[in-house]
Design a protein around this ligand. Structure first.
Ligand SMILES: [Zn+2]
Length: 270
């Protein structure tokens, strides 16, 4: 009785955190581990997945077409993905069932970011945009923290080497992340993996230059109209928008208001 009550409470607590759709996906995810009613087999390398047409054909027009009458795959109930990597195929299938990304699934010799890029590539190839979007989002989150790794640099090269990915969010994402750390990436005399990629991949270098131009323009815009107010009492400098001349100006350092005549005023940028 106590156990029942406690389970009930946990369920109630969980239902506040999870969206209704999550339960549906959990149920679909379970299907993959119970292939009893499987009506389609996907093979790749030496691996085999017993899946359900009702799931994979709904998620992917590619599989739907392959299962349509007339195709060899449709009648044999086996689809062989000969060109692909079994580890990446496994992720694609798992995501089609669960719509969850697990970048920890990456293998020691394959970094998480590179692995996510492979998931985006295969999701694009087999036309499962929702999985591609999920992997892109996860990539973007992880890139913010892992930008200084070789994994990030290798991912950039992989992204720019894939025509299919150039229309995705990934090129913009890697440029944004690299520019967020431009003080490190472009520090004088410092070589690093990101710059080495820019040396090899002209499209990436151009995108960086263009992003940098945009960033400088934005900074200039923010600085425009700013004046520097150097306090004549303490020589501390504050930057303020053009203050009306009749208004007293606050010096944070003296913790005092002075008239404008108490400051040496100069324009920051015209
Ligand atoms: Zn002062």
């Amino acid at each position: 009785m106590t156990a029942m009550a406690s389970t009930g409470n946990t369920a109630a607590a969980n239902s506040q955190q999870t969206k209704p759709n999550d339960n549906l996906y959990t149920a679909t995810q379970d299907l993959l581990t119970f292939p009893r009613y499987s009506d389609l087999t996907i093979t790749c390398g030496n691996r085999k997945w017993r899946v359900h047409k009702s799931v994979v054909c709904q998620r992917s027009p590619f599989f739907a077409k392959a299962c349509e009458g007339g195709f060899k795959e449709g009648s044999s109930g086996v689809i062989n993905l000969a060109e692909d990597d079994p580890i990446v195929v496994n992720e694609l299938i798992r995501h089609m069932y669960a719509f969850k990304i697990d970048d920890q699934a990456a293998l020691p010799w394959l970094g998480s970011l590179v692995f996510m890029v492979h998931v985006v590539i295969i999701a694009d190839k087999y036309d499962v945009p929702r999985v591609a979007k999920l992997a892109e989002t996860r990539f973007s989150e992880r890139a913010n923290t892992d930008w200084a790794t070789d994994d990030f640099a290798t991912a950039i090269e992989l992204i720019y080497g894939s025509t299919a990915l150039l229309k995705s969010e990934l090129p913009r994402c890697v440029v944004r992340v690299a520019l967020a750390h431009d003080h490190v990436v472009f520090a004088e005399g410092k070589r690093n993996a990101i710059r080495a990629v820019a040396d090899r991949v002209p499209e990436f270098a151009t995108a960086l230059a263009s992003g940098m131009h945009h960033k400088i323009a934005l900074t200039a815009q923010a600085v425009q109209g700013l004046k520097s107010y150097q306090c004549k009492h303490c020589h501390n400098v504050a930057f303020e928008k053009n203050m009306p001349a009749n208004l007293n100006i606050y010096c944070r350092s003296c913790n005092t208001f002075y008239p404008e005549s108490g400051f040496i005023v100069s324009t920051v940028l015209n």
